[in-house]
Design a protein around this ligand. Structure first.
Ligand code: HEM
Length: 411
């Protein structure tokens, strides 16, 4: 392995026969914020070869689904970013859930699922509802507001650490941690470097909040420590599971909720449908937002063996950029994919992944999104965009930086 040429922390590959070269940078500012390469990527075929990073990439629904669903051929233990942990050490201790394969993954997944089970989430829903109603009431009283900060960041960064049992949460640290993590998935570009420049205090703070004595005895974190007391995992593993949920559970829902507000502000007809039945339509509106905007834009898998997909030979060590955002817009799979339609059948969208690593926090993410959208639809007649919506480049997340809004309350 050492003799081989490395590029961005992984083995450089020769493009397989039949795979076109797509000379683009998926991490350019325009591609990250405007997603303009999606169509070219899908049109290229099952895979395209991106010379700048020497990776294969796919934006086709069937292919992304196949790669994500096959954890034996396409592993996560070599990192879900550009860097291959088989040749380059991870920038921080490897996640023991996202970045491991079965059978080890099966053990940690069982414990993390217990902490985030539908029953746990059902118990949290009442608190989410009250918090959302209070927040939306305050926003209505405020007049014009900045939706990214005032709703999208404010809500998850309050309710989620509380649910985990973090005793004295610092919303800024939690949000910054998510953004650094997701930028780390990409190449050594300015976004990654900027994240790393500020990472030390953030990582230290996060780790200090993951220990048992920094957590309440009745939150999700306590469930992981109870599993350690039972001998299912070690206490160090419990700490890493708390870190994993804090890493994956905030920036993602912040993005989902922000993107939902943007979708509804820019599609007033769809907001009318939500308003007509907030109780029933809040969840489908959030789900369609996930499909339409794919908060987690793209993650990698690494081929663990020489193999073949759609007739294309893929060599061991190949990094594959699986573009969930493009797959969720694939016209071969979705009718009118570019249309935001809250009555659409969204089952099978890939925004929460698929296969053994599918999002373990999806019940809680949905409960948060549903609570916020329902609270808005119950009180707000119209959502108005009062300035320009600006997207924030991140190497893995498709999130807004600014969303200036006004709520016109119901009479
Ligand atoms: C709208 C919000 C969310 C989105 C879009 C999202 C997206 C995703 C995606 C795409 C994956 C699959 C990654 C892969 O296969 O490599 C994933 C996994 C994961 N998510 Fe989420 N997520 C969200 C919310 C949450 C929340 C609230 C939590 C915390 C409880 C969470 C925790 C995790 C964890 C721990 C994994 C790794 C699971 C595994 O490897 O078995 N996510 N998420």
């Amino acid at each position: 392995m050492n003799q081989e040429k490395l590029i961005e922390g992984h083995k450089a590959i020769v493009p397989p026969k039949g795979v076109p070269v797509l000379d683009i940078d998926p991490y350019s500012n325009d591609n990250l914020t405007q997603r303009i390469y999606f169509q070219a990527l899908r049109d290229a075929g099952p895979f395209a070869y991106i010379p700048m990073y020497s990776v294969l990439a796919s934006g086709r629904y069937d292919i992304v689904r196949e790669v994500f669903s096959d954890h034996e051929r396409f592993v996560s233990s070599r990192g879900v970013g550009l860097s291959d942990f088989a040749v380059e050490a991870p920038w921080r201790p490897q996640s023991i859930i996202l970045e491991v394969d079965p059978p080890y993954h099966t053990k940690t997944r069982k414990v993390i699922m217990r902490g985030l089970s539908p029953m746990v989430v059902r118990d949290l829903k009442d608190a989410f509802k009250l918090d959302a109603e209070r927040l939306i009431g305050e926003i209505i009283a405020k007049g014009d507001f900045e939706a990214v900060v005032d709703i999208a960041e404010a809500f998850p960064s309050k309710v989620f650490p509380e649910s985990v049992g973090v005793k004295d949460p610092d919303p800024r640290m939690l949000i910054d941690f998510g953004s650094i993590q997701f930028n780390a998935i990409g190449p050594n570009n300015a976004l990654r470097a900027k994240g790393f420049a500020g990472v030390k205090p953030v990582l230290e703070w996060i780790l200090s909040r993951c220990s048992r004595d920094a957590l309440t005895p009745n939150g999700i974190g306590a469930v992981f420590y109870a599993a350690a007391d039972n001998g299912e995992i070690t206490h160090d593993e419990a700490t890493l599971l708390v870190r994993a949920v804090l890493a994956a559970g905030i920036d993602t829902t912040v993005t989902g909720i922000g993107n939902a507000l943007w979708c509804l502000a820019t599609n007033p007809d769809e907001y009318e449908k939500l308003k007509a039945d907030p109780e029933r339509m809040a969840l489908p509106a959030f789900e369609e937002t996930l499909r339409f905007t794919s908060p987690v834009q793209a993650f990698y898998r690494t081929a663990a063996v020489d193999t073949e997909v759609a007739g294309i030979a893929i060599q061991e060590g190949t990094k594959i950029l699986c573009c969930l955002g493009a797959a969720n817009m694939d016209p071969e799979h979705w009718e009118n994919p570019e249309r935001y339609d809250i009555t659409r059948k969204t089952a099978g969208h890939l925004a929460l992944g698929v296969g053994v690593h599918n999002c373990v926090g999806q019940n809680i993410a949905r409960a948060e999104g549903q609570a916020v959208l329902r609270a808005i639809a119950e009180r707000v007649e119209r959502i108005e965009l009062v300035g320009e919506a600006v997207w924030r480049p991140n190497n893995a997340i498709h999130a807004l930086d600014k969303l200036p809004l006004r709520f016109i309350p119901k009479k």
